[in-house]
Write a protein that binds this ligand. Structure first.
Ligand SMILES: Nc1nc2c(ncn2[C@@H]2O[C@H](COP(=O)(O)OP(=O)(O)OP(=O)(O)O)[C@@H](O)[C@H]2O)c(=O)[nH]1
Ligand SMILES: [Mg+2]
Length: 360
């Protein structure tokens, strides 16, 4: 075996020299950046030290017919293999252990942040693996760079959509998440800011005080309110309000574990015209409960998300988890009890900043 060491500017130059001198069968067994010895080396840019070896130097000689097409093809194949090998070696085996550990340290910080934010473990693993794979070869991996890459990946995972402006909008979800309050905020915005004719329907005749709550909002804004007790009555109410540009339908909050109640409510929604059906999720919901909510309410055919009560928590993983579990875009975020002010459009940058704890 012949082993030779080269000092070159870059890998490309090294490969050319190795091929020239050792032939196509040579393999690179080590590569690293070094300073040349002596005063001169101190001021010169760092060189690449490549150690290459060839098993049988005899085969390294040039062939008798270098222009033979088969020979050229063989050379190219071998060069391709060599390239792959070099890449593998350069990205894994020859990074000093201390740099590898530093990279892991940077990731650890972000893993911890995502865990604190209660991002689902499966999503955290996915992010960490993707970043580790794409970055393992980068020597200058700082906490800041890792954060930027994570942010970019998170933006891709999060999902928003523009306001659709469907005529019929329904608000569904578990108890007490803010369905009625959010409906009131949007009704006021449509009516007062956009000058639209708005009608409200409520299917919530189960909870004592539910109708009065909505009637208070309707009276303040002067909007018509229809209370319905059966799916058939809902059809009548829709007809009655058909002159409205916007019809907002409030539903009763149902316990996530009571599938019979959820199913009963979904019967009302079977014959709706094309509608935006908002699943309202509170930011204070536990991640594991979110899984149940997204599954058990599926029969409601909800197609968009609203996240409420962001002002009540410092843990924002729900935003990512909700979008991930349902595959649906978030449209609105609410941040307080004030009607109509405490609502805004969901925004990718804002959501990822909340989860990662960074300024935009
Ligand atoms: N802090 C905060 N409170 C909110 C927000 N949205 C709603 N609330 C409050 O949460 C409580 C429940 O709100 P509702 O709108 O009645 O909730 P709901 O989903 O209609 O409740 P049910 O109809 O009983 O299922 C009320 O006290 C609201 O003022 C929000 O964004 N932030
Ligand atoms: Mg309600």
């Amino acid at each position: 075996m012949k082993i030779r060491r080269y000092y070159v500017q870059d890998m490309k130059e090294g490969m050319l020299r190795i091929r020239e001198e050792l032939g196509p069968e040579a393999v690179i067994i080590q590569s690293r950046k070094v300073r040349l010895k002596g005063l001169k080396g101190l001021f010169a840019p760092r060189k690449m030290e490549i150690t290459a070896a060839v098993e049988n130097p005899l085969r390294a000689r040039e062939p008798e017919h270098p222009h033979d097409l088969n020979f050229q093809k063989q050379i190219q194949e071998e060069l391709g293999e060599l390239k792959m090998m070099v890449n593998r070696l350069a990205t894994r085996d020859f990074i000093p252990a201390e740099i590898r550990d530093r990279e892991r340290g940077e990731l650890k910080k972000w893993r911890l942040r995502l865990q604190q934010q209660e991002v689902l473990e499966e999503l955290i693993e996915e992010f960490m693996e993707e970043i580790q794979e794409s970055l393992f070869g980068e020597i200058q991996l700082t906490e800041e760079i890792t954060g930027l890459i994570l942010r970019k990946k998170m933006r891709k995972r999060l999902k928003t959509a523009p306001e659709k402006g469907a005529q019929v909008q329904v608000f569904v979800g578990p108890t007490g998440v803010g369905k009625t309050t959010t409906l009131a905020k949007l009704a006021a915005r449509y009516a007062l800011y956009q000058g639209e004719r708005v009608g409200i329907i409520t299917i919530d005749h189960y909870r004592i005080g539910a109708v009065e709550q909505l009637r208070t909002y309707a009276d303040i804004t002067g909007l018509p309110l229809e209370v319905v007790m059966t799916p058939r009555e809902l059809q009548h109410a829709l007809k009655k309000l058909s002159g409205c540009q916007r019809i907002l339908i409030d539903t009763a909050g149902r316990s996530t574990l009571n599938l019979a109640h959820i199913q009963e409510l979904s019967n009302y929604l079977h014959n709706l015209p094309p509608a935006e059906i908002f699943m309202v999720m509170s930011a204070t919901t536990k991640s594991q409960d979110l899984k149940l909510i997204s599954q058990n309410f599926r029969c409601m055919n909800y197609n968009r998300l609203i996240f409420t009560k962001l002002d009540e928590t410092n843990t924002y993983g729900v935003l990512l988890n909700g979008i991930y579990l349902t595959g649906l875009p978030a449209i609105y975020i609410t941040t307080g009890q004030n009607v109509p002010d405490d609502i805004c459009l969901a925004d990718l940058d804002k959501m990822s900043s909340l989860i990662l704890g960074e300024e935009e």
